[in-house]
Unconditional design. Structure first.
Length: 280
């Protein structure tokens, strides 16, 4: 069954009291660098990337470790278009699919057998009480202090797929290690354990590395990697072009702390579509 979403979401006006108009010199330089990198990324040769992939080797072992928090940072960043595809596939709301992209923290439920399979019966949403909130993690506000405005809103730059209370992906199927949204899985999942950064190919830790891979499979993966790389850069560029500075104040972190003690966090999430305010 699909869970009813109980989180609150609203658009943030560009003329809101927490924002200042204009961009800093650093922001303008960042935008210029992103445009330059996109241009260079579009000129990358997929055949050369495919050759690198073939040399490294890869075959998915279907172990599900990349989806589980116990084996490392399993956050899956997603752009708005990816969220919409998952929504169409599942019937879930935006906030049931994804939440604010925030730093990785140690899960209080890590290794908790009672919560290991929370949410496996159907899709877990934010109102299900089975996915993790930053208010569950001690010390998380210190990590985000620079991103808290004068009204106690936590500013996040992008979205990530929701996780269960034990940190595992909400779409990981119990017992099978299968993905419930495999046909529309995010680009990060499609290309794991490879990624492109600074025009270079890198790998994440994965038991499937070093296994034989065909030239054709390498080409398909290389093309997917290039598409992901450019899509994420373009999304980031659009986000920073729309982003407006927010005011900070001494009272902001204290307001955020009091909200967290009540079990809620108020975020302003910035993405390529602008900014939205959510209470999670």
């Amino acid at each position: 069954m699909y869970m009813q979403d109980t989180s609150f979401i609203m658009e943030v006006s560009s003329s809101g009291s927490t924002h200042n108009s204009g961009k800093t010199k650093y922001q303008l330089l960042l935008i210029a660098d992103l445009r330059k990198e996109i241009g260079m990324a579009l000129r990358l040769d997929p055949e050369k990337i495919a050759a690198e992939i073939e040399k490294i080797g890869f075959s998915c072992q279907h172990c599900g470790k990349c989806c589980r928090r116990a084996f490392g940072d399993n956050r899956v960043a997603v752009i708005p278009e990816e969220i919409e595809k998952i929504r169409d596939h599942t019937g879930l709301s935006k906030l049931e699919v994804a939440g604010p992209l925030v730093p990785e923290v140690s899960s209080p439920a890590e290794g908790d057998d009672e919560n290991e399979n929370a949410g496996d019966e159907g899709f877990s949403g934010t109102g299900a009480g089975e996915d993790s909130s930053l208010s569950d993690f001690p010390g998380f506000l210190e990590l985000l202090e620079e991103d808290i405005d004068s009204e106690g809103n936590i500013h996040a730059f992008g979205w990530m797929v929701r996780r269960k209370r034990n940190g595992d992906c909400i779409f990981l199927e119990k017992g099978t290690n299968r993905c419930r949204v495999y046909p529309v899985r995010p680009m990060l999942c499609r290309t794991y354990p490879f990624y492109l950064e600074g025009l270079k190919l890198y790998t994440c830790e994965c038991e499937g590395l070093g296994c034989p891979i065909s030239r054709e499979e390498s080409r398909i993966l290389a093309e997917a990697l290039l598409f992901r790389y450019v899509s994420e850069l373009e999304d980031m560029l659009a986000m920073y072009e729309k982003f407006e500075n927010f005011e900070k104040g001494d009272k902001g972190p204290e307001i955020a702390r009091k909200n967290a003690e009540k079990g809620t966090c108020t975020y302003i999430v910035h993405d390529s579509n602008g900014a939205v305010k959510i209470i999670d």
